[in-house]
Design a protein around this ligand. Structure first.
Ligand code: B12
Ligand code: SF4
Length: 516
């Protein structure tokens, strides 16, 4: 049987990285079946085009995965596939949290033939076998004899054969215009490809922050892959980048990569010992980054950026969402310690919490300006289904759009905040994005990074220009032309530094580490 795994586009941004679930399930598919992958964020398809793809490739089963924010689009595409007579199985966090919706058992239309509850690693071969004999069940879940959900162990995690997967749709270099590639080549960055590859080293998080689905979905106990299996995967990627004459960076997608610091240190030490350092990005909560030894290993193993969910600069707000392990008074010192090691932070903030008042953006921005330059991202507190936050707001009658995902709108409040109106909360988020990614803010960040290495400065500037697109739509060529024009001073400065380094290096610039 031919199977298509499809991830719908989020209608706002391009994808900078493949979705791991598709590659993982492809690796777990029993022999004898062929699996095709289409990520709508890299390859946008209309309903008609998707159906045409399915017919052209004689697909017998379509698997669709989606986060809550993409589920409306997922249902729309699933409806088209089912109308063409092909069965659809849906999985992922949203359908696990509200399975009745996809199955049409909550009064709405049915969108899927089957839904998979929770992790699908163990159950996927059974689903494929049932589909192949035309006997799909409505619901699949990995349960023990007593009917309790079982979290899959990561002891026998498959080796994802990235070197045999078609990754062309995720080559980020293809988004660069020819003149940018020429400049990069001139300064020695002659990569044909640039890929960001997702790797999970463990699952689960016990912290249970009120707005988060992870503790509910992956569980409060943590499971890890062996160091060896992770490092082998990294070495395979390093060999692949050499063959492709390209560059591969890794996103360790664990929700909290350092949840067990001892184990994280041993993994990073093994990466260093076996020469598996790669440029990497990871997510770690700020409380765990107090540990200098950990930070030093993070830097030495190749890390460039750490995503830290700071959420708020107010302790009362953090208490209201059960995230008291974040201590605002230590944010600055920890971010300084990362920067001293050449690691910068992507700092996540949430507005609309119960303690927020008008002016929250200004107060937060002021604090951010006192830290080393980073990439702040701002969102609104969002009640995802089945989270404690959703239940609290529902019980208090504060949900204004209880099924917000069915009419998804980015950066729009879905409940009544306490200390400011919904419109004010939305305006605070806008102000924070505008101020953080204004060309003057970019110039200032680049000036503060002048003592850093050239590759780090180039990376920072590219990331700044791209991150702006999370809030301000930046999908069309003309949006990019505008952004490049507005930021011409920072861009020209970095280009001229790069050319100077290449052709007239000053003695101190000769110490810039090799880029590839
Ligand atoms: C990586 C990641 C991202 C990436 C996504 C891009 C990418 N290419 O991966 C980035 C950083 C861009 C991102 C952004 C966001 N993310 Co995110 N992200 C994750 C993260 C950390 C890992 C996802 C992952 O690969 N997991 C590992 C795989 C193996 O797990 P999985 O996807 O759940 O798949 C398993 C099962 O669910 C199932 N399955 C999944 N799909 C399917 C489909 C079929 C057919 C089948 C059979 C089974 C199946 O099988 C898999 C194996 O068991 C998760 C948290 C987590 N640990 O999962 C959050 C998570 C998915 N993100 C979340 C959120 C909220 C967001 C944002 C909305 C945050 C924000 N406020 O902006 C944005 C939206 C992005 C956008 N515009 O599209 C939430 C989603 C909650 C929800 N109910 O939707 C999560 C769960 C984190 C959380 N704190 O709750 N994210
Ligand atoms: S620490 Fe992160 S992953 Fe864990 S519950 Fe909190 S927000 Fe979710």
């Amino acid at each position: 049987m031919n199977i298509l795994l499809y991830n719908p586009d989020n209608e706002v941004t391009n994808n900078f990285m493949p979705h791991l679930w598709m590659f993982l399930l492809k690796s777990l598919t029993p022999a004898g079946h062929e699996v095709f992958l289409v990520d709508g964020n890299a390859q946008r398809l209309s309903e008609a085009e998707l159906v045409q793809f399915i017919r052209a490739n004689n697909i017998g089963l379509v698997g669709i995965g989606a986060m809550t924010r993409m589920v409306r689009k997922a249902y729309q595409m699933a409806d088209a596939v089912r109308a063409a007579g092909i069965p659809v199985v849906m999985g992922g966090s949203h359908v696990t949290e509200v399975p009745k919706e996809a199955l049409g058992r909550d009064g709405g239309p049915r969108h899927a033939d089957s839904v998979v509850l929770g992790e699908a690693d163990v159950i996927w071969p059974t689903i494929v076998a049932d589909a192949a004999r035309g006997a799909l069940k409505d619901i699949y879940a990995n349960l023990d004899a007593a009917g309790e959900p079982v979290k899959s162990s990561m002891d026998d995690y498959p080796m994802i054969p990235w070197d045999r997967m078609d990754l062309d749709q995720f080559n980020l270099i293809r988004h660069f215009p020819a003149w940018v590639r020429q400049i990069l080549a001139r300064i020695g960055m002659t990569w044909q490809t640039f890929h960001m590859v997702p790797i999970e080293t463990g699952r689960g998080c016990p912290y249970g922050c009120e707005f988060c689905t992870v503790t509910g979905f992956f569980g409060d106990s943590i499971r890890f892959r062996s160091n060896q299996s992770v490092v082998d995967e990294l070495l395979m990627l390093k060999a692949l980048e050499k063959r492709q004459k390209g560059k591969i960076a890794v996103f360790f997608i664990d929700d909290n990569l350092a949840i067990n610091p001892k184990r994280t240190k041993s993994l990073l030490q093994e990466m260093i010992a076996r020469g598996a350092q790669v440029p990497w990005v990871g997510q770690i909560s700020i409380n765990l980054l107090r540990d200098e030894e950990l930070v030093s290993l993070i830097a030495r193993s190749g890390c460039k950026w750490i995503f830290v969910g700071l959420e708020s600069i107010d302790a009362e707000n953090l208490k209201s969402v059960r995230k008291t392990f974040n201590k605002p008074e230590e944010y600055g010192a920890i971010l300084e310690s990362l920067a001293r090691h050449g690691v910068y932070a992507i700092t996540g903030f949430i507005f609309g919490m119960d303690g927020d008042r008008s002016g929250v953006a200004q107060r937060t921005l002021e604090m951010i300006r006192s830290w080393p330059p980073g990439l702040p991202v701002f969102g609104l507190l969002t009640p995802y289904p089945a989270t404690p936050l959703y239940e609290r707001l529902q019980a208090a009658g504060r949900l204004t759009r209880p099924k917000h995902w069915l009419e998804f709108k980015p950066f729009i409040m879905n409940f009544s905040p306490l200390g400011l109106s919904s419109e004010q909360a939305e305006a605070e988020v806008r102000e924070a994005w505008e101020s953080s990614y204004h060309p003057a803010a970019n110039t200032s960040a680049m000036r503060r990074l002048e003592s850093g290495t050239l590759p780090d400065r180039i990376l920072h500037l590219l990331a700044r220009l791209a991150f702006r697109g999370i809030y301000f739509p930046q999908m069309r060529r003309r949006d990019w032309v505008k952004v490049v024009f507005q930021n011409r001073n920072s861009i020209l400065k970095v280009i001229s530094q790069a050319l100077r380094t290449k052709f007239w290096p000053h003695p101190e610039e000769l110490s810039v580490p090799p880029i590839s």
